[in-house]
Design a protein around this ligand. Structure first.
Ligand code: TXA
Ligand code: MG
Length: 344
């Protein structure tokens, strides 16, 4: 199959592909998505095939308008509605009990459905143009970092899907926050740009699934979002995170990098704008500014992909354990590192 990389003027054709059960990759404010008609089982199956994704890992259904919610959700509790009214359109996915019409192929056989109304104008334009609700996981090959540019999508999906809509680099850079609203108390299943603190302001008490909040590989706890149990976002080289006092972190990373270079390996260092000049070994990349975690989130996946392009054997990275967005950043980095974290 030939993959067309096109701009938004190809929207009518994109809508036709979705209606015919085909796949279109498109930008959202978080990461690029790989879209298909959510109510069409065969279309959803094509997503799993293109990504090489395990079929028990359910998809997020994207809607453009509030009236599309009734197509997929059996009921919407008042607190869920309040949260949607506050954060939609935006980087928040809400788990609700599903309508029977939503096929098992989309929800991985679950009785619940994940719904999100993206704020990216191109995403909403595609949903409206197609006249469908669109199931879309991140548009990467399963196990690779999520795509934040159309070229990342092309790297993974070339020859596997008919069309990629190029809307430029995304704004946020990590996937939406997922909150389960089917229980008494909202439960965060995946941390993201909408933080626990932000949700609490609107919803009162909010819990975090223990499987996604720790610094250690969650053992004996089963992640409630099926996708969170897989080793995601992994670069090919061995990634180690170092946390602690900045001076000590810089020192430790420098020593580890020198050691591996001496042994003849290709070594990368993921630093920050503030510390970049303090490293003198390895291939150095700044992931963004500590003062502004948004920049770190925006560069994270792109840098992990660069580490692959550079064929690095070992990668050492600083850590970001601040509150708020730092939680989502570290959740993704720890997964990428297989929870390999050194404290100094
Ligand atoms: O920002 C995003 O959410 C992006 C863009 C494209 O919208 N999409 C995305 O999709 O990250 P994906 O498939 O990469 O991640 C979906 C996550 C998986 O961890 C999956 O297990 C979880 O959502 N999920 C989907 N439906 C669920 C459900 N009914 N209950 C619990 N978790 C669910
Ligand atoms: Mg994904």
């Amino acid at each position: 199959m030939k993959t067309k990389l096109v701009k938004m003027d190809a929207l009518p054709e994109a809508g036709e592909i979705i209606r015919a059960g085909g796949l279109v990759a498109f930008p959202t404010e978080t990461v690029y998505g790989l879209g298909a008609d959510a109510m069409n089982s065969e279309a959803a199956a094509r997503i799993y095939q293109a990504k090489g994704r395990p079929s028990d890992n359910p998809l997020i259904v994207h809607i453009a308008d509030m009236d599309q919610l009734d197509l997929v959700a059996r009921e919407v509790p008042p607190l869920a509605r309040k949260i949607m009214e506050t954060f939609w359109p935006g980087p928040l996915t809400v788990i609700l009990n599903k309508k029977d019409e939503v096929p098992d192929g989309t929800t991985g056989g679950l009785k619940t459905v994940a719904v999100r109304m993206p704020s990216h104008p191109d995403a909403r334009a595609l949903i409206r143009e197609s006249g469908r609700v669109i199931a879309a996981p991140s548009a990467n090959t399963s196990g690779r970092p999520s795509p934040t540019t159309a070229l990342h999508v092309l790297e993974d999906m070339d020859g596997k899907i008919p069309m990629i809509l190029d809307g430029g680099p995304v704004g946020i850079g990590i996937e939406s926050t997922i909150v389960d609203m089917t229980g008494e108390i909202p439960m965060i299943l995946r941390p993201g740009y909408i933080t626990k603190e932000m949700l609490e302001e609107v919803a009162g008490e909010v819990r975090v699934d223990p499987a996604v909040s720790g610094r250690q590989m969650p053992e004996h706890v089963v992640a409630k979002a099926p996708g969170m149990k897989y080793r995601h976002y992994a670069p090919k080289g061995k990634l180690t995170l170092v946390e602690g006092d900045t001076d000590k972190v810089v020192d430790k990373i420098s020593r580890l990098a020198k050691e591996k270079e001496r042994e003849g390996f290709r070594v990368g260092i993921i630093a920050t704008d503030e510390t970049m000049d303090r490293y003198h070994t390895g291939i150095r990349k700044s992931i963004g500014s500590r003062e502004n975690p948004d920049t770190v989130a925006a560069h994270l996946y792109g840098i992990l992909r660069e580490c692959d392009d550079l064929d690095l054997d070992y990668i050492y990275s600083e850590s970001f354990f601040e509150k708020g967005l730092g939680n989502a950043i570290m959740n993704r980095m720890l997964k990428a590192a297989g929870y390999h974290l050194i404290t100094v």
